[in-house]
Design a binder for this molecule. Structure first.
Ligand SMILES: NC(=O)c1ccc[n+]([C@@H]2O[C@H](COP(=O)([O-])OP(=O)(O)OC[C@H]3O[C@@H](n4cnc5c(N)ncnc54)[C@H](OP(=O)(O)O)[C@@H]3O)[C@@H](O)[C@H]2O)c1
Length: 291
């Protein structure tokens, strides 16, 4: 088994993006801009947002932080998004999910101008993806396909099994892997909690992507020898030996699965760095399209 080094691959792509951002700044006199909206102080969200803003700075992308309290009224949040929609310095708008209870996530996503929808969650973006038009592809699925290609794994002709059908990972990934074109042309099976005997499906996978949000979703005897395993899960499990009192684990039981697989993404250091990288790529794409 070989580990796929998401950090290294992400760093290569980020260098390409930084060069693109510098050229954009040279041509237009301003840096590409990303608004980062965070409501509340959910610890995981705070750490994601911090990492995204740091990555922007390193790539020469200007971030516009917007911090709102957890009890922000829906109308105030929508008004913030509407303001960013027309701000000429802002090329992309990211609203960190999940939103605090009581806020209507889908309504906020729909308020983002599709040309600034760098997360790719707007129904227009997802619809364009489904019909094969150029669009902002959601960052985690886009990062997974890029990770596969740059690791020498072309999904074309392979059987890809995706565990999880969320709007941000599983469903758009299934669309990407099955579309006609680069990084696509796989035969895709999409599994979820109503799938009986999950292992019967995962054992058929040449490429297995697990995005279930539950540690140990895929374990011993569930992976075909030689399969490529992409572990998307990020779960905090209590660990008194760690300074923060927890450690991060994926959705795959790596002790059982890694010896059987050919290529595996670790957690952390696999898919995560690619997600942020694709956000930077989408922001640069938005800036170029708007300039
Ligand atoms: N590394 C990154 O950059 C990144 C980015 C995004 C998400 N993540 C992580 O990826 C995981 C998934 O995220 P998400 O937002 O897609 O989660 P989500 O919205 O909670 O969706 C989880 C999906 O997995 C399915 N599922 C859960 N347990 C299952 C099981 N035992 N067997 C089969 N299907 C199962 C659910 O099925 P039902 O639809 O039937 O409920 C659902 O479709 C989380 O750990 C999240 O933190 C990581």
């Amino acid at each position: 088994m070989t580990l796929i080094d998401g950090k290294k691959i992400a760093a290569e792509i980020r260098a390409e993006i930084a060069a693109g951002a510098a050229a954009f700044r040279e041509r237009t006199g301003r840096a590409p801009g990303l608004a980062v909206v965070l409501a509340g102080e959910n610890p995981a969200s705070v750490s994601y947002v911090t990492a995204k803003e740091r990555a922007c700075a390193e790539a020469g992308i200007r971030s516009f932080p917007v911090r709102l309290p957890a009890d922000v009224p829906q109308e105030t949040l929508l008004a913030e998004v509407a303001r960013l929609d027309v701000d000429p310095e802002v090329d992309g708008i990211l609203v960190q999910l999940p939103l605090p209870k009581g806020l209507d996530e889908q309504a906020v996503i729909r308020a983002i101008a599709p040309e600034k929808d760098v997360d790719g969650f707007h129904p227009v973006s997802l619809g364009r993806l489904l019909v094969g038009l150029d669009t902002f592809v959601p960052c985690t699925p886009a990062g997974i396909v890029e990770l596969l290609l740059r690791s020498g794994v072309d999904p074309a002709g392979k059987h890809a099994v995706v565990v999880g059908r969320s709007n941000i990972v599983g469903k758009p990934l299934a669309a990407l892997l099955s579309r006609k074109g680069r990084g696509g042309n796989a035969t895709v099976t999409l599994c979820h909690t109503a799938t009986p005997d999950l292992g019967a499906f995962t054992r058929e996978a040449d490429i297995l992507v697990v995005a279930a949000g539950r540690p140990g979703t895929v374990g011993a005897g569930m992976v075909k020898p030689g399969a490529v395993v992409i572990d998307v899960g990020v779960n905090r499990v209590p660990d008194a030996t760690k300074p923060r009192g927890y450690r991060l684990v994926g959705d795959v039981d790596h002790e059982a699965v890694d010896p059987v697989a050919s290529l595996v993404t670790p957690v952390p250091g696999g898919v995560g760095p690619m997600t942020i990288t694709m956000l930077l790529a989408n922001t640069l794409k938005a800036a170029r399209a708007r300039a």
